[in-house]
Design a protein around this ligand. Structure first.
Ligand code: NAI
Ligand code: MG
Length: 503
């Protein structure tokens, strides 16, 4: 049913077409510089599978140059001398430029990632603008504390003791391809609010909006070297940043597999590390709910952004009394979703980001089928160019199947039933991940019994996938460590210094 409506990708606007023709450049020390090698990575439109541009695959020498520029900007020049209010003003200026260029950014994001231009226009781009605005405010609100120590050094001396927060230094920020621009903002904004300098490494599949953001950073007037942007392959550019002795902190969002590699590699130089990794988030539905609203909510929980969301609600646990109705409703919702290219106005769900991701997701569906799962909706790719996968609902699944245990990162839901609260809490926590969960019930005591037992960094009640710059976000268990957003993000990018003065 989803297959018949797919149309070809419409042509991009002339502004975007011009941007795509740009030759590969790196953003180092405030300049758009030639990469030291001619090595490039193809930029592919996932709706057609065709190459639309190319980006540089930065070399180790480029990484050295970027780290040197970021170090110089951190240690000397205007940035370390700037008043917090000036950093705030720069961040706000950048947010205004994002607003002024919103249409272009949304179009670029859609072409590069596959998501619909509509979604990019109402979620990614305004979310990015608001993120910079929220973090702009923190620049002027970073505080330490004074405290009463009991240090005894004989009868005369007294002590004045206090703490202050200082920027951690040169930060390398490695981000994934599912929300390219927004992920760049989640990383850059708090680091810049605190006075760090940054080297951003966007995902090789989706670097275009980060490069456009680099141009807006110049236009906003950030001093040279405060933000540097290196495109290229993770195993090359990302790994060189993680190993580099000139980098003080790594902030990473991506797979748990790479998060583990980074955490090990960063330990050689005892870098600060924050990791926001994968998830396999449960959606727990009790029988007292309004079924229509919950079916819509659970469908969004898994199908939003084609399921390429770290906190996607990918494991449904529905109470036995409502299980059949949930599966029927979700399957109907899945079948009704209109697949198509991101720039087509009618499209409700775009392709996955890459052939690799499409193959990965299809091979999960196949492995579920082989292990005995049944397909209630979707289950394959439409016969069409582009990296589409039909929204899929799997039933008859068992807790030990790969499709239940592993992050699929596509529009694939596994549905299971439960009978009582203790059983569903056990099932929900039976995972190496702990990024998020949602609980759907209007019974206050049910909600309050379940929420404290769920081992996850965010628990939504009667909603799913909502994030806010003020609300800490991050994982328990193998979903990572460190919390982004809010005051927690300021802590991630600062060192705490104690000052002890004998008076
Ligand atoms: P990935 O973890 O390999 O890529 C994320 C970022 O890490 C990219 O910028 C990449 O260039 C970089 N990277 C890769 N290897 C690196 C290394 N050795 N050192 C430093 N940086 C490195 O994710 P990938 O391969 O694109 O997707 C694989 C799976 O990861 C997905 O199917 C999904 O399950 C999960 N994933 C989770 C995300 C999340 O938001 N939690 C985002 C993207 C992927
Ligand atoms: Mg990878």
């Amino acid at each position: 049913m989803n297959a018949v409506s797919i149309v070809p990708q419409p042509s991009p606007s002339s502004v975007v077409a011009k941007f795509l023709k740009r030759s590969p450049r790196l953003f180092i020390g405030g300049e758009w510089v030639e990469p030291t090698s001619s090595d490039t990575v193809d930029v592919i439109d996932p709706a057609s599978g065709r190459q639309i541009s190319s980006i540089a695959n930065a070399s180790k020498a480029d990484v050295d140059r970027a780290v040197a520029a970021a170090r110089k900007a951190f240690e000397s020049g205007p940035w370390p001398d700037m008043l917090p209010a000036q950093r705030q003003a720069l961040l706000w200026k950048l947010s205004d430029l994002i607003d002024a260029n919103a249409a272009e950014l949304a179009e670029l994001e859609s072409l590069d990632n596959g998501k619909t231009r509509m979604m990019a226009s109402i979620i990614d781009v305004p979310g990015t603008r608001e993120y910079f605005r929220y973090m702009a405010g923190w620049a002027t609100k970073i505080e330490g504390s004074t405290f009463q120590s009991s240090i005894f050094a004989g009868p005369g001396p007294k002590f004045h003791t206090y703490t202050q927060r200082e920027p951690v230094g040169v930060v390398a920020q490695i981000v994934p391809w599912n929300f390219p621009l927004a992920m760049a903002a989640w990383k850059l904004a708090p680091a810049l609010a605190t006075g760090c300098t940054c080297i951003l490494k966007p995902a090789e599949q989706t670097s275009l909006t980060a490069l456009r953001l680099g141009e807006l950073i110049v236009e906003a007037g950030f001093p040279p070297g405060v933000v540097n942007i290196l495109t290229g392959l993770g195993e090359q550019v990302g790994a060189a940043l993680v190993a580099h002795p000139g980098v003080d902190k790594i902030a990473f969002t991506g797979s748990t597999e790479v998060g583990k590699i980074i955490n090990k590699a960063a330990s050689d130089t005892v870098k600060r590390v924050s990791l926001e990794l994968g998830g396999k988030s449960p959606v727990i539905v009790f029988p007292d709910v309004n079924m229509e609203a919950v079916i819509g909510g659970a469908a969004n929980a898994i199908f939003f952004n084609s399921g390429q969301v770290c906190c996607a609600g990918s494991r449904l646990y529905a109470h036995r009394k409502v299980f059949d109705q949930m599966v029927e409703g979700l399957s109907a919702a899945a079948n009704a979703i209109r697949l198509g290219p991101g720039l087509d106005q009618q499209t409700e769900m775009g392709p996955l980001v890459s052939r690799e991701q499409q193959e990965r997701v299809l091979s999960y569906i196949e492995s579920g089928r082989k292990q005995g799962a049944a397909i209630a909706a979707g289950g394959d790719a439409p016969a069409h160019e582009g990296y589409y996968v039909k929204p899929t609902v799997l039933v008859n699944v068992k807790p030990d199947m790969n499709v239940v245990r592993e992050e699929i990162f596509g529009p694939v839901l596994v549905a299971q039933r439960f009978d009582d609260i203790d059983e569903v809490i056990r099932q929900a926590n039976d995972t190496p991940y702990g990024l998020s969960a949602s609980v759907w019930s209007n019974d206050v005591s049910t909600v309050h019994r379940v929420v404290p037992k769920i081992k996850a960094g965010t628990v939504w009640v009667n909603c799913h996938n909502f994030v806010d710059p003020s609300m800490p976000f991050g994982g328990y268990k193998q979903s990572g460590f460190g919390r982004e957003h809010g005051h927690a993000a300021i802590e991630l990018y600062t060192e705490l210094k104690s000052v002890c003065m004998m008076v």
